[in-house]
Design a protein around this ligand. Sequence first.
Ligand code: AQP
Length: 334
Amino acid sequence: MSKKKLVFSGVQPTGNLHLGNYLGALKNFVSLQKNAECIYCVVDLHAITVFQDPGHLHDNVLETTASFLATGLDPDKSIIFNQSSVSGHAELAWILNCVSRVGWLNRMTQFKDKAGSDKEKASVGLYIYPNLMAADILLYKATHVPVGADQKQHLELSRDIAQKFNNDFNCKDFFPLPEPLIPKNISRIMSLRDGTKKMSKSEESDYSRINLKDTADEIIKKIKKAKSDSETIPDDAKLLKNKPEALNLLNIYSEITKNSLEKTISEMAGEDYSYLKTKLAEVLIDEITPVGKETQKLLKDKPYLKKVLKKGSEKANIIAEENLKNIREKVGLI
Ligand code: AQP
C-alpha cells in the first residue's frame, strides 16, 4: 500500500461561506497544498440532500469555487472540482450504502440536528449523507481529511466503513483509514448570537455569522451586535466556562492574531468586551475583506471558474476510475 499523504476535503455550495468554514477548513486546505497532494471538492451532491433552488445551486458552486481560489487554493497545485462531475462518487456511495450499517447512521448527530423534530420528512439523502462522504474520501484512497470538529463523527464513520469493506472483501489495507486533520486551537467557531450553536450557513440570522463576502461595515456591525458578557474580561480562561459567547469571541481573536487564548486573556483582562470587539472587528476586516473582494473579482470571470472545475474534474476522474476498477473487482461486479 502506498504510504503517500493524500488529502481530500469538501465544502457544500449552500450559500455564503463564513468564518467557521474559513478557520475550520479553508485555511488548513491552503497550508496543506504546500506539502501534500490535495483534492478539494465543491460537494454539490451533498448540498441537494436539503432542497436547493437550481439557479442558486449553480451560482453557489461557482461562488464556492471562487472562494477556494480567493483563500489561496492554487489549481496548479491542488485538484479543484465539483463532486457531481465525477460520477464515481455516486457509484461508490451506493456500494458503501451496502457496507455501512443502519445502526451506525442512527448515531449521527448531524442528521438529528438537521432533520429536526420531523425526521420522517427529511430526505433519504440527508440520512445517508455520511456514506456519500465516506465515498468521497475513499474514492481517492485519501489518507488525511482536513475538517472542522463538527465533521469528526462522520469521519469516524468513514473509517468504520473502510475497515468493514477491507474485512468483508478480505483485502486488508485496501482502503487506508482516513485521519481527520482538525485545527488544534479552535476547531468549532460558534454562532455570534448563541455560543452553544456552531456558526452555520443555514442559520436564519445573518448576524449569527461573519460571511467571507461581508464588507468592513457589516463586520463592524455584526461584531458590535454579537452576544458577549456584561462583566469585564476575566484573567483566567476557566472563568469563561459558562460564557460560550464571550469565549467564542476571544477564541476567534486569538486564532486570527495567532496567539494562544491564555495570551489574549492576559493582555485583555479587566477590559470591557467592547474593547475586544473593536480589536476583533479590526483584525477580521484585515483578514476577511481581501478574500471577499477577490471572490467578487473572480466571479466576474465565470468561464475561468468553469475551466478550473473542468480541468480539476478531468484529473480527479482519472484517479477515481482507476480506484473504482479495483473496487468493482473486489466486490465481484463485472
Ligand atoms: N462553525 C464552524 N466551525 C469550524 N468549522 C466549520 N465548518 C463548518 N462550520 C464550521 C467546516 O467547514 C467545512 C465545510 O463545511 P460545509 O459547508 O460543507 O458543511 P457544514 O459543516 O454543514 O457547514 P455549515 O455552514 O453548517 O453549512 P450548512 O448550514 O449548509 O449545513 C467542513 O470541514 C466543516 O467542518
